[in-house]
Write a protein that binds this ligand. Sequence first.
Ligand code: NI
Length: 188
Amino acid sequence: MAILPIVTYNDPVLRKETRKVEENSDELQTLIDDMFDTMYNSRGVGLAAPQIGQDIRLFVMDTDAVTEDIEDEPDLGPMVFINPEILELKGDKIKMEEGCLSIPDVRDDVVRPETVTVKYLDRNFEQKTIELSGWPSRVVQHETDHLDGQLFIDYLSAFRKRLHRSLLKKINKGTLKVEYPVAEKVGS
Ligand code: NI
């Protein structure tokens, strides 16, 4: 069990192509445990492997902290998604405010389809397919984007992005005070 430093905006690993996870191993199980520790420590509801510097297709999620007060959303508990594949996106386009542990303090509205169907391996390498709406759908779409080198701020208009510019600069320089461990900037 360990809390890993989270890599932040402009670190190249966040933009890198990720590899499929080929097999289960003790190392993989330890990594998954560490990712949960890291996510809970930073009060996140999702964490993708590139965010802790690993270029593999894996993310963890636990949306209970946000769904427990919402009557019609299920509490799913901790979930592991290995090699996730989005099979279908449907429903209304919903605007929700997103944030990202790799882009601390930056929050903004992102529009995404309401419902996602995702196929994945759970941590026991069992093949699963699940349809999700609400917060879990939002997190699955955000985290799968991470595995494709995409960040939520990529969806923002140039105008909205400009509003976050000084904060993004601070994150890049490593001068923003963050309440959880972050990876040192390359070259800093
Ligand atoms: Ni994120």
